[in-house]
Design a protein around this ligand. Structure first.
Ligand SMILES: [Zn+2]
Length: 377
């Protein structure tokens, strides 16, 4: 037996028997669901999760999301296309309707449909959106805005703050600053930072201001456009923790959506290393959500994706994660099913194969909200 074989046997033994497998428990179904934490890994399919796990923990390790006890599969197609985008994909996950690609919170005829966030607001819950893209990007927009196209980011910025979402954290300052200011991406001269303050928001622009903020309404815009993972910014996990800290003050409970926005972009670029980094950042945020939910026991946490991106496959590598080999089929989204992980009371409802539109419908049902889908007003 060669030294290499002995070494591999030792590693395999370690991976098999010395690692933590204990997943999270299945909570009793009779517990009331007061809070919803909805994690979306944009573009995150099973291979993305698997590659991040193998690389960071070895083949037999577990990411935080993989410790969640209930797992299902989600079909992602849009109303008009087999292969969806974040507009139609987000609208399905937020409002429970299939729509055309590019649409935000409206059906193919342009009719706005109530989102799960809005349904939570309606019964007095606090709400939050936390992302690493611009906060006006498609996924967060689908939870609190209704516009025919995802390109309407000036309009989306306006709708997000008038909707009075309690916590809005991410990039996208350029869509809140008047057109005359350098770097603005607004189509008009409205100053939405000023408007946000008038509406009661505390506005923060860096990590330390975020950490010190004590507010019922918090708008954090940490970059002009998308977040860059630089030290003045909070991480996705830090933003998630802060959002939970603010939202838990509401005795009626809360809804929080957290997006790992840039997993998708690394997959579009077919960058395995960058993709893994983004999945792991996202998984740290999931950990923050799960830690809260474990203590609280009235919180349902789900982790899913709007679609897979890149058609990623794992074609080779070692058990310890070295020499990982991946192949990409595409530079775009694919139609492959994505996983959903669930933890919390009634999590079992998410098992099996689901259409994306079933996810918010189930959430509304188990949290005692008005049933979805429903037209706005
Ligand atoms: Zn994409």
């Amino acid at each position: 037996m060669t030294i290499k074989k002995i070494f591999l046997m030792v590693i395999t033994f370690y991976l098999l028997f010395a690692q933590e497998y204990a997943g999270l428990p299945i909570l009793p179904s009779d517990l009331e669901v007061r809070n919803i934490i909805f994690f979306i890994g944009d573009g995150m399919g099973i291979s993305q999760i698997q590659a991040a796990r193998i690389k960071s923990k070895g083949a037999l390790g577990r990411l935080n999301m993989e410790l969640m006890p209930v797992v299902g599969l989600v079909n992602t197609c849009a109303a008009d296309k087999l292969i969806t985008d974040s507009g139609a994909g987000g609208t399905a996950l937020a409002s429970g309707i299939k729509t055309n690609i590019g649409a935000i919170g409206v059906d193919p005829s342009g009719m706005p449909y109530c989102t799960i966030l809005e349904a939570c607001q309606k019964i007095g819950k606090s709400t939050g959106l936390v992302v690493t893209s611009s906060i006006t990007h498609a996924t967060p927009a689908t939870f609190a805005a209704h516009v025919p196209t995802r390109m309407a980011e000036s309009e989306i910025a306006e709708q997000l703050i008038y909707r009075k979402v309690n916590v809005l954290l991410g990039g996208g300052r350029a869509f809140f600053l008047p057109k005359k200011i350098k770097g603005s991406k607004r189509s008009d001269n409205r100053d939405l930072i000023k408007t946000a303050k008038e509406l009661g928001y505390t506005v923060v622009e860096d990590k330390s201001a975020l950490m010190n903020a004590k507010a019922d309404y918090l708008l954090g815009l940490f970059q002009m456009e998308h977040m860059k993972n630089d030290p003045v910014e909070p991480t996705l996990a830090e933003m998630t923790k802060k959002a939970i800290e603010i939202l838990t003050k509401d005795p009626d409970g809360f809804f929080l959506m957290v997006e790992g926005s840039q997993i998708d972009w690394e997959c579009h670029a077919n960058q395995v290393g960058g993709m893994i980094e983004q999945v792991l950042m996202f998984d740290e945020a999931v950990k923050a959500g799960l830690e809260f939910a474990l203590k609280d026991s009235h919180t349902i946490v789900i982790v899913t994706a709007d679609h897979e991106t890149g058609g990623l496959g794992i074609t080779g590598g070692m058990l310890d994660g070295s020499d990982l080999n991946c192949g990409w089929l595409s530079k775009d989204h694919t139609a492959v099913m994505v996983p959903i992980f669930a933890f919390g009371p009634k999590a079992i409802m998410f098992t099996g194969v689901k259409e994306n539109i079933e996810i918010p419908r189930i959430l509304a049902k188990i949290a005692g909200l008005d049933s979805l889908p429903v037209k706005c007003r």
